[in-house]
Design a binder for this molecule. Structure first.
Ligand code: ADP
Ligand code: MG
Length: 630
């Protein structure tokens, strides 16, 4: 037996590794299985080149838990190592890799921003083991080797009797890591990190039911047999060519990724580039709700089929983190902090490639099957609107396919909308006024008033639409958005030529005094007398566009720019149509009591149609109404 001392400057690097990587101990298994996979694929490569005179066969990797013996085994049938190679690759390369890692990340490893992938490799085994053994036999005709190390820089190396080619790593699990002796824990880790690795991974066996033989009786149990429990799918869909996959294959891969998800994805995008960076993957558009926050962190990042993280912040543009699926790229530097990642040139290119692919896919869906695209619009609009807001490149493309639905269920692109309404909805200042509602039911009477004028009313109800309207108003010329209840309809789209008021100035003064004496000082309504069509409503409550939109934008975060606006009370105007018969009647009523009743009733009706009549006011209104119908 030979003994030796590994040449490292840090006397005992293991306690340090443990300390720095405390929360990431579990990655040791991924690292060992990655090495086993590398060794297997290297052998395959040598065999195809004809360099290794070996039968490649159907190699697999096996993980075994020995709870009694407190050991964990990772066994491969790869190319193995000779004694020379163990000395070189394990004692020197792996150790120096670990040392280099420590020097480099001593400070930044404490920063939680680091992604859980450190390239620490073989030595991460010492995070969970007191002692590690390697028993390995090279594909070359040399004796097998048994290496052992207890975590100090001292190691032993001797010959072993191992006959079969390949490597077995034995971890003697330490007292504080016994969780890794639990089958359920190992199974969980294998599913998390190794579900799509390219070499089959066996973890125990499972019982498979076989078909009953022809002559079996009804009551005979079906025959069973024990088979290897292979935990991974070595050929996941994203590694295949899009031309080899059918729609159903994409759907079944989605179910494989999200077994708990019952809803089917709306469509997918297959990513596949190898220059100037290498990236494959499949992104899915799920049905999205209006809640921005709960739907993130569903995209998984892999490197060569090894799971790295499900937090793709910085790699995928923010607005696409609502999608699902897989991205696999060896070109994303992972041993750096998030802020560095975002500044990295390659990562920026990756991010804009993904954005472009998503925009192109949406654009082709729109062009090839508009009807279907319209049907899906409601479930995908949040991503598109978010993207238009946050990425100018995406805005340029999406502006051609983003849809603006009307309350009647027609869908227009912005250009189509402009074309459709410019004749009727251009105001006297040559500005195109785009009317919208956010709630068809609540704003019904206002929508009807707009329709009576022949105007189109959009239905815009996503939580970030205020921000998008703001962006459209500044990036396009002479347009403005106004919610149907922002003012009375003649004011919303103001045309040349004023309506003539039936009331004289004196009468108006008197009406105002009458109204104010009933409303009292505490009234939260600003009264505005307007000469309107005689068949328009006599009393209308409106909520000015600007203030309301600012408030809403503040609630969805950022953008509003007016600090503290979220806490402002709502502001309402009470529009009184001086040309309406009822208003004349109020003015001309002699008895104070009746006048008061008419005013209160009218105000309540206006409140009712804006959904503002509640509590005691509503109760009084109902009482008063019964009295009036008697
Ligand atoms: P890396 O995988 O990044 O090269 P590691 O520390 O994980 O670094 O491994 C160091 C080296 O040890 C590998 O490059 C490989 O040469 C060798 N090695 C590790 N595990 C195995 C194995 N199971 N079979 C053959 N060689 C291995
Ligand atoms: Mg490795």
């Amino acid at each position: 037996m030979a003994t030796g001392k590994i040449n490292v400057s840090v006397d005992n690097i293991f306690p340090l590794i443990k300390k720095f990587l405390y929360s990431d101990h579990e990655i040791f298994l991924r690292e060992l299985i990655s090495n086993a996979t590398d060794a297997t694929l290297k052998l395959k490569h040598l065999a195809t080149l004809g360099e290794a005179k070996v039968e490649y066969g159907n190699p697999k990797i096996e993980v075994k838990v020995d709870k009694e013996g407190k050991k964990l085994h990772v066994i491969d049938q790869g190319l193995g190592m000779t004694e020379e190679e163990v000395k070189k690759y394990i004692n020197e390369v792996a150790f120096s890799g670990a040392e280099e890692f420590l020097n480099k990340y001593e400070d930044s490893a404490k920063d939680a921003g680091i992604i859980g992938h450190f390239g620490l490799g073989f030595y991460s085994a010492f995070m969970v083991a007191d002692k590690v053994e390697i028993i390995t036999k090279s594909y070359k005709d040399e004796p097998a080797v048994h290496w052992s190390c207890d975590g100090s820089p001292n190691f032993t190396i001797e010959e072993s009797k191992k006959k079969e080619r390949g490597t077995e790593i034995i971890l003697h699990i330490s007292e504080d890591s016994t969780e890794f002796l639990e089958e359920s824990r190992i199974s969980e880790l294998l599913k998390k990190y190794n579900k799509f690795m390219p070499v089959p991974i066996k973890f125990g066996t499972k019982t498979e039911t076989l078909p009953k033989p022809e002559d079996a009786k009804e009551e005979d149990p079906a025959p069973t047999k024990e088979v290897d429990n292979i935990i991974n799918n070595p050929n996941p869909a994203w590694t295949k060519q899009p031309t080899d996959l059918k729609d159903e294959d994409y759907k079944s891969f989605y179910r494989e990724l999200y077994p708990m998800q019952f809803e089917e994805p709306l469509f997918h995008i297959h990513l596949n580039v190898d220059y100037p960076f290498n990236l494959t993957g499949i992104l899915y558009f799920p049905k999205l709700t209006n809640d921005l926050n709960i739907q993130k962190d569903k995209i998984q990042l892999y490197q060569n089929q090894v799971f790295v993280t499900d937090n793709v912040e910085g790699i995928v543009p923010e607005f696409l983190t609502m999608l699902r699926g897989v991205i696999d790229s060896p070109d994303i530097p992972l041993n750096v902090s998030r802020s560095y990642l975002q500044a990295d040139g390659a990562v920026k290119k990756i991010s804009s490639y993904i954005t472009r692919k998503v925009a192109d896919k949406l654009s082709s869906l729109f062009k090839n099957n508009r009807e279907d695209f319209e049907k899906k619009w409601n479930d995908i609009k949040i991503v598109i609107e978010y993207g238009m807001l946050s990425e100018d490149k995406f805005f340029e493309k999406a502006d051609k396919f983003a849809l603006y639905p009307t309350v009647d269920g027609s869908y227009f692109t912005f250009e189509e909308l402009q074309e459709k309404i410019k004749g009727n909805q251009t105001d006297k200042d040559d500005k195109l006024v785009i009317l919208y509602a956010s709630d068809k039911e609540a704003q019904h009477s206002y929508i009807e008033a707009a329709k009576a004028k022949g105007y189109e009313v959009l239905l815009l109800d996503s939580p970030i639409i205020g921000h998008l309207m703001q962006k459209l108003e500044t990036s396009k010329e002479k347009i403005s958005f106004a919610r149907v209840d922002a003012d009375h309809i003649d004011k919303l789209v103001q045309k040349e030529g004023n309506q003539i008021s039936k009331l004289s100035d004196e009468e108006k003064e008197k009406l105002k005094t009458d109204l104010e004496s009933v409303f009292g000082e505490k009234s939260s309504y600003t009264v505005q007398l307007e000469a309107m069509d005689s068949d328009a409503s006599p009393f209308i409550i409106t909520e000015p566009e600007f203030m309301r939109r600012m408030k809403e934008m503040q609630q969805t975060g950022g953008g509003g720019g007016m600090f503290g606006m979220g806490n402002m009370p709502e502001m309402y105007n009470l529009i009184v149509n001086t040309n309406h018969e009822l208003v004349s009647e109020i003015l001309n009523t002699k008895t104070a009591k009746k006048k008061e009743r008419l005013i209160n009733q009218s105000l309540d009706l206006a409140k009712l149609s804006k959904g503002l009549l509640k509590g005691a006011d509503l109760t009084n209104f109902i009482k008063r109404s019964y009295d009036m119908v008697k």
